[in-house]
Design a protein around this ligand. Sequence first.
Ligand code: ATP
Length: 207
Amino acid sequence: MIGIFGGTFDPVHYGHLRSALEVKDIFDLTELRLIPSARPPHRQQPEATTSARVHMLEQAIENQPGFICDTRELDREGHSYMIDTLKSLRQDFPKQPLLLFIGCDAFNNLSNWYQWQHLFDYAHIVVMTRPGFEIQHPDAFFTARQILQREALTQSAAGKLFFQPVTQLDISATVIRHMIAEKKSPAYLLPDVVLSYIYQHHLYEKH
Ligand code: ATP
């Protein structure tokens, strides 16, 4: 099974990395593709440049076997729609189950994503629980797809919904950016190599 973990990674932090590693092990993924979004359609645009976000992500996962920084969204024009990313991944992996991992804050907003119902045509969706964000009661569209046994994900290539608790780390990129702008240290919330890059390139110094 191939895992997909999209995000702005502005910057990547231990909340992303710890949950990515846990799901890689829990689901026995052959690889986990971390996919930086170029122009996220549903939120404020990233502060750091695309190349800085990619560079930080690449450095953060350098020593983690099976983690891949997948830059396919950066090569496309226009908004970074997940549906297009999944179509493109499905061409690369025609038969394997694809697992799209999202936090529950992202899940609560899923029905605003472009062609969100069709995401299930291309992948399973696994929602990772996240501190401070409650899962809103899923509607009938979701409950029809929800499975309770993780093993069922291996039996089809796409179409199911599963909720997976991950270790609760209350870390967000927004808080890290604010700490830097306020000259407070975000050390231990993200890898040292990422923090060094941020300081070296004077990222996030202004609100
Ligand atoms: P920002 O604060 O800028 O919105 P973020 O920290 O939420 O950023 P994103 O890059 O937007 O990070 O998130 C990418 C994905 O990672 C989303 O699915 C999000 O739910 C998930 N995620 C982010 N932080 C955590 C965390 N601490 N624990 C688990 N999942 C997380």
